[in-house]
Design a binder for this molecule. Structure first.
Ligand code: KG4
Ligand code: ZN
Length: 349
């Protein structure tokens, strides 16, 4: 089996994956959300210290799951990129130490590829070629994945990411962190016709690039204006109105660009057959519903990961590592490093 470690942001997680069947044997995660919540975002220094505490605790749990022995572990995999440098290093150092003392190969995993493999946890087979919408706290990407190693980015955000914009809107309304699930919950309380009418980002652009900072500023200005007019901006109905309008515009922007992408592929006589949404923000049910309708209208198959594996976890890292294990694509413990920004190295734009 493969032992995998994830520490790229604010989740410490370790998993055990069976090599032949891709079965997830063990998975445990300690999330730091409640600690970062008062700051409205992840504080890297705190996150790093918490990983140093949590990872050994989870490793101890994994060891007792294994009956006290690591002898069946054939390789150790770790997220090395992209992410916060000082949190990636916590997982990387643990992986190097395990690789050294257990004399087993070390596998370096790209976190974004990990999110794509969240679709195949517990499945020995994959479904490439696959077009991907990756929406997380750090990224908003359309990726074309020909196979496990040939992946290219076809669209990215010019500024904030989709998930990050939810976090920032939640911060403006003092709702805590992470913003995604909180904003989604408030949005669901608002009747559709009462949602605040925010503009659609890049409405007239023919390109596939995303942008969320203009929408974020529109939200900020609306809250300020309401305050100036003496409205109680802490009232549930006001928060719900803002969250619903913001979520609607942000999702509509994603849907519109994915639709443009589908049309482009159709014109090239290469229609998209398999599409997926992955990443922490792919847990958004409003978004899932809209993407499902879009895929139906383009007769395209939609793949979704189970909700529990949308946010960061080591199970997806272990599943992604299997491909490298089969290819004997191992890393060197003396030279392997963490790369905070990686997509240009790993994906051919
Ligand atoms: O993939 P992930 O766990 O971490 C990164 O790799 O960044 O994604 C976390 C991001 C956060 O920005 C969070 O607010 C967002 O995903 N998110 C959501 C939802 N659940 C999590 N965004 C919108 N709607 C949600 N339900
Ligand atoms: Zn992630």
């Amino acid at each position: 089996m493969i032992l995998s470690i994830e520490s790229s942001c604010d989740d410490s997680s370790i998993a055990l994956t069976e090599i032949k069947t891709a079965k997830l044997l063990f998975h445990s995660k300690i999330s730091q959300e409640s600690i970062h919540s008062p700051y409205g975002g992840v504080v890297p220094e705190i996150a790093s210290r918490l990983h140093a505490e949590a990872l050994p605790q989870i490793l101890t749990k994994a060891k007792s799951f294994l009956g006290g022995s690591f002898k069946n572990i054939k390789a150790v995999a770790v997220t090395t990129q992209p992410g916060l440098n000082i949190t990636l290093i916590e997982g990387l150092m643990m992986a190097k130490a395990l690789s050294f003392f257990l004399k087993i190969p070390l596998i370096s995993v790209n976190h974004l590829k990990g999110h794509i493999y969240s679709l195949f946890i517990n499945h020995p087979k994959t479904s490439f070629p696959l077009s991907v919408l990756l929406v997380s706290g750090g990224h908003t990407l359309i990726i074309e994945a020909k196979n496990a190693s040939e992946m290219s980015i076809v669209a990215k955000s010019m500024d904030d990411s989709f998930g990050e914009s939810f976090d920032k809107v939640a911060k403006m309304l003092s709702l805590g962190y992470p913003g995604g699930p909180i904003v989604e919950k408030y949005a669901s309380l608002c009747p559709k016709n009462l949602a605040f009418p925010f503009p659609l980002p890049l409405k007239h652009s023919p390109d596939l690039a995303f942008s969320f900072s203009g929408l974020k500023n529109a939200v900020r200005l609306s809250i300020l204006q309401a305050q100036e007019q003496g409205e109680d901006v802490t009232q549930e109905s006001f928060i719900a109105k803002i969250c619903a309008g913001f979520q609607q515009s942000a999702c509509e922007h994603l849907i519109k660009n994915v639709s443009k992408y589908f049309q482009k592929k159709q014109k090239q006589n290469n229609p998209v057959e398999n599409f997926c949404i992955v990443g922490g923000a792919s847990a958004n049910l409003y978004l899932r519903d809209k993407i499902l309708s879009l895929c139906d209208s383009f007769k395209c198959n939609l793949l979704l990961a189970p909700l529990e594996f949308c946010s960061d976890n080591a199970a997806m890292i272990g599943r992604a590592a299997l491909e490298k294990y089969y290819q004997k694509n191992f890393a060197d413990i003396f030279t392997l490093q963490a790369f905070p920004k990686s997509e240009e190295n790993e994906f051919q734009p």
